[in-house]
Structure formats: C-alpha cells, structure tokens
Design a protein around this ligand. Structure first.
Ligand SMILES: [Zn+2]
Ligand SMILES: [Zn+2]
Length: 413
C-alpha cells in the first residue's frame, strides 16, 4: 500500500525537526535520541563507540537552507496497525571529524535528509499486549505496562510519548555542493599552471617551436586560463560520473527486485520493500559498527576482514541479485549501494560502497512494522523479553525463532 501525501501530520514534522537536534547531540555527548526507536538507538550507539575506539571525534550538524519550495515532503506505507511516513527536506550538513592529530575531515554540503517515522494509523489503537521497549531505560515491556509505569524504571508513558518514533534515516548527497572546496581547487589549479609557465620562461629559447618573447604577464594569464579550463573540464567529468556513474547505481536490478516483490507478496501480501530496505540497512549498520556482530541473534556472520572502517553510511539504492522461495522459507541476496565515510590510514574519505547481503526469513505471519527484536513476546508463555542477544525465553526457556518474525543476516561481503 503506497500513498503520496502533500503534507505529513504536524506531529511527524515536529519529530523530524527534533530528531535533527537529537542526532547532533548524540554525536556530541552520546545522549541517545529520544525520538529514535530502540533498534535505531542501538545502531547509533554502536556507531559512536566504533568511532571512539578508532580515536575519532565526530561532530555533525544540520541547518535549514533557503529553497524555492520549502517544507517537508512525505511518503507513507503501512500495515494493519502502523503507518510509516518518510519525510524529506533539504538541509545543510556539516561534518567535522578529528583524530589525535587534529581535524582530518571538514565538509559542509547540501543534502537531502529523509527520516522514516512510525505512528499508529488514524483511528487504530495498537493492542495493549504489544511488545515495546521502554524509551527511558530500554527494558522490554508491553504498551499497557508502559502506560501503567515501566516495571523497571517506573516511568509512565502516554501514547503520545511513544509515537511517532524514528525507525531509519537517509542522507542523500547532492552533487559536490561544497563551494569552498570547489573554489580552493580552482585556485590550486590556476596557481600550479601559473608557476609552471613562469618556471618555463628561461627555457623559451630552447623550444623547437617559436614561442615569441617570454613575458611574465603573458605566462600568468596563460596559467590562469589553462588552470581554469582544466578545472572546468574536471568538474564536468565528475558531474557526468555523479549522474551516470553513481547516479544510476542499482538500476540494472530493478526488474529482478520487482519480480522478488511480486513473488513474495504471494505468501505475504503485506510485504513492504521500504520496510525490507530499512531492515537490511539496520543489519548492515550492526555489522559495520560492532566488533563482533555474531553476538546479535539476527547476525549469523562476521564482518569481512577486508572492510575499511565505516564511520557513517547512507543508502543510495538497493537491488535484488537472486532469491529462493521454498514453501515459507525465503532466502534473498541483495546489493546495497551506499555512500560511506570510511576511515583508512589516518584519513577519512567519502566512498561509494557496494555490499552484498544474504537475508533469510520464514514467512509465517504478515509484516509487522512495529516489530523490534529488542522487545518480543514469547509465543509459548507471552512474556516480553529482549531477543537481540538471547535465543531462549527467560521465563519458560523455549527457543525463540527470530527468523519467523524478522529477516536475519546469513552472509555479507
Ligand atoms: Zn523503563
Ligand atoms: Zn516464554
């Protein structure tokens, strides 16, 4: 079910704005964003710890920019209980990364920032026994328990405190919008050619073709002209690469992705590509940022040894490589096309990254947008617990099969 809306509900818009500030604060002092769901908080926390272990301090800020068509645009998808809104707006993003040696990355650019927000559908009240994590202490609980006061930290919550919450976010980098950096490059190009031409003056009389009288002013002008021309050409080529090289990533897989969607909807009519994409991105972040992802029940593979350290990642596109559906068992291999900030040999660079992931799920129940592995309800005894790191229900001891509820990761490269 897909719906294009002119205006997102104002509560969702406020949460979008609030989340920007919380995100900057999380980088700064580690305060988990109150607007984010527990799964999102976990990956943000892992990311910050990962940077800290590398000796890096990251600061990131978003500012509003002047634009022709202001305001947030939104797109929605839903299940029986929840609706997820994707709110997008253009922002100015500043990222500054420092190591012990000082600032090693400093960039201000215009980006498209999209946030996925979840809230109960209009007129629908989520069931009171629905598992949910306490936003205060993270303990697994149910909606009814949270409204009556969390059993662990005793905080009381209203439905309005619990929703809307952020389940994912994306940063879409526009074509090289760092004007300062661009001008610096133009200046370097011109300076190099001016110096080159001036250095060549003493050799004019040895040239096989007559060059006329050497002139300092002439050399300076020629250097400026050639430097600017080459800078313009390089900029044009990088623009072509941005549009046709990077901009078309994943296009070849559209047919297969649509076929996968069509086939899987046979067994789960509520399947949502957006939700699947959010899940894949969540699993990628867990692998990219934790020392040992196998401690999480959803990850059955380690981080490839040849990976560079990922500081930050954003999904550009994804596509299905191949899939197999046998009965209810579904195995799918996908490619994520990402834009990542990677840390390598003391430097941080923006790199396009291609990641292949194999995901598995046993499709026994409709897609539940509100599902989180951090608060599940045991199918045998009904107890709520965190299934992220334990395989067995702490109340009745029965094994909890995560694959029946959500996608798990079996391979990544
Ligand atoms: Zn609590
Ligand atoms: Zn149980």
């Amino acid at each position: 079910m897909f719906e294009l809306r002119e205006h997102a509900p104002s509560s969702a818009r406020n949460t979008y704005k609030e989340y920007m500030k919380q995100l900057a604060r999380q980088w700064k002092d580690g305060t988990p964003p109150a607007a984010a769901c527990q799964d999102m908080r976990r990956t943000l926390e892992l990311r910050r710890e990962h940077c800290k272990s590398l000796g890096l301090t990251v600061q990131q800020q978003f500012r509003g920019i002047k634009q022709k068509h202001p305001g947030v645009t939104s797109l929605s998808y839903d299940d029986n209980v929840f609706v997820n809104h994707i709110l997008s707006d253009n922002k100015q993003m500043t990222t500054r990364i420092s190591s012990a040696k000082g600032v090693i990355f400093d960039r201000t650019e215009n980006v498209g920032l999209s946030v996925v927000l979840q809230q109960p559908k209009n007129g629908v009240t989520p069931p009171p026994d629905m598992p949910a994590s306490c936003p205060q202490c993270g303990a697994p609980s149910t909606l009814a328990q949270l409204e009556n006061g969390c059993p662990y930290c005793k905080t009381h919550f209203l439905m309005d405190d619990l929703y809307p919450k952020v389940t994912n976010y994306f940063v879409q980098r526009h074509y090289d919008t760092d004007k300062k950096r661009s001008l610096r490059r133009l200046f370097i190009c011109m300076a190099v050619f001016v110096i080159l031409f001036l250095a060549l003056i003493p050799f004019y009389d040895r040239s096989p073709v007559p060059l006329g009288e050497p002139s300092i002013i002439g050399s300076v002008f020629a250097g400026i002209f050639l430097g600017a021309a080459l800078w313009g050409m390089a900029k044009f080529l990088s623009y072509l690469y941005h549009i046709f090289g990077k901009g078309l990533r994943g296009l070849g897989k559209v047919g297969r992705s649509l076929f996968f969607r069509f086939r899987i909807k046979d067994i789960d009519p509520t399947f949502s590509s957006e939700h699947f994409r959010d899940r894949a991105m969540h699993l990628f972040r867990i692998v990219a940022h934790s020392d040992d992802p196998t401690i999480y029940t959803a990850c059955r593979c380690s981080r490839p040894k040849n990976w560079d350290h990922v500081i930050d990642s954003s999904l550009f596109n994804f596509g299905v490589d191949r899939f197999r559906i046998r009965g209810q068992q579904c195995t799918v291999t996908i490619t994520l096309y990402l834009d990542c900030l990677v840390y390598k040999r003391g430097r941080v660079k923006l790199r396009a990254k291609k990641v292949h992931m194999t995901l598995q799920k046993e499709i026994t129940a409709p897609t539940a947008l509100g599902f989180s592995v951090r608060a599940v309800s045991c199918p045998s005894c009904g107890g709520s617990f965190d299934a992220e790191q334990v395989k067995h229900c702490p109340y009745c001891g029965n094994e909890y099969d995560l694959m029946k509820h959500d996608w798990i990761l079996t391979n990544i490269r």
